[in-house]
Design a protein around this ligand. Structure first.
Ligand code: RTP
Length: 148
């Protein structure tokens, strides 16, 4: 089973989409194994987006990310990293298909509601950045038998 970091960003929280986003992942059949709301420090935001450190918008992105709430979630399931990204849509909401989170709920690239790890290795790094091992819960859903 794979794990990924999905996070509702400041704009997603402010617009009241935590429940909608959790619901989409639950309905798909993924299992929530970690959940926390934080107001990230700028240092945490910089670590989170470290791969983008050479891009011109890095500074503003980190300032924005640390300016409000961030709901970090760890989701588990078969192919959850890739499927999670597909559920998000493209980085730019204008290029995101209807039915995806960004395609349905937002319009601007800088306010695209949600983050999702872009690969299995990134997912491991990001889950470890936001969660201590004891904050992740191993549990088995009774639905498991009907999903796999
Ligand atoms: P995320 O990391 O938040 O899941 O987004 P992503 O993989 O789809 O996109 P990424 O390239 O990692 O960019 C991170 C966030 O930076 C903002 N962004 N602004 N040209 C721009 O102004 C620009 N490009 C990216 C977006 O909010 C994006 O989610």
């Amino acid at each position: 089973m794979e794990r990924t970091l999905i996070a509702v960003k400041n704009d997603g929280v402010q617009r009241g989409f935590i429940g909608d986003i959790v619901s989409r992942f639950e309905r798909k059949g993924f299992r929530l194994v970690g959940l926390k709301m934080v107001k990230p420090t700028e240092e945490m935001a910089k670590q989170h987006y470290i791969d983008l450190k050479d891009l011109p918008f890095y500074g503003n992105l980190c300032k924005y990310t640390s300016s409000g709430p961030f709901v970090a979630m760890c989701w588990e399931g078969l192919n959850v990293v890739k499927t999670g990204r597909e559920m998000l849509g493209e980085t730019d909401p204008a290029k995101s298909k209807p039915g995806t989170i960004r395609g349905d709920l937002c319009v601007h690239i800088g306010r695209n509601l949600i983050h999702g790890s872009d690969g299995p290795e990134t997912a491991k790094r990001e889950v470890a950045l936001w969660f201590k091992p004891e904050e992740l819960v191993d549990w088995t859903s009774c639905a498991h038998t009907y999903l796999y």
